[in-house]
Write a protein that binds this ligand. Sequence first.
Ligand code: AMP
Length: 147
Amino acid sequence: MSMYRKVLVAVDLSDESEQVLRAAAEIAAANEAEILILHVTDNPVTLYSQWSDYVVPYSEDKIRELLFSKLADLVESLGLNKSLITIDFGRAIDLIVDKADKEECDLIVVGSHGRHGVKLLLGSTANGVLHHASCDVLAIRVRETIE
Ligand code: AMP
């Protein structure tokens, strides 16, 4: 019997994201569960064009497009479909928990640590999700990628 029907994996685009995504994909496959992939970026984010004399902030759509294509490469390299990706703007903990509630996910997969490093036993986002989620939360113990 499958334990989970719908898995939400939160990916922060750090070097360790592949480990988290790979583990979530394996869990989803083993449970014959659906998988959804979420990346949250700060709001507002302003990037500036390096090719212009003018200061041109990228639109929300442009930022979403850039992040989407970065994540799509990783997602497709693991044999998953890029249509499963959502890019949202706001506070990561809130949006991860909200998405899991709205989509009726029964498991959220996060990395034990992400871009905020390994100083805490459990990273701050992972910890926040664990405290606020209404479903199971699995923290994948990530190993730091040495470039
Ligand atoms: P942290 O608590 O920031 O060290 O990150 C731990 C884990 O939380 C990461 O491995 C991701 O699974 C998730 N996470 C952190 N920030 C984000 C984000 N902006 N978008 C999606 N997931 C995130």
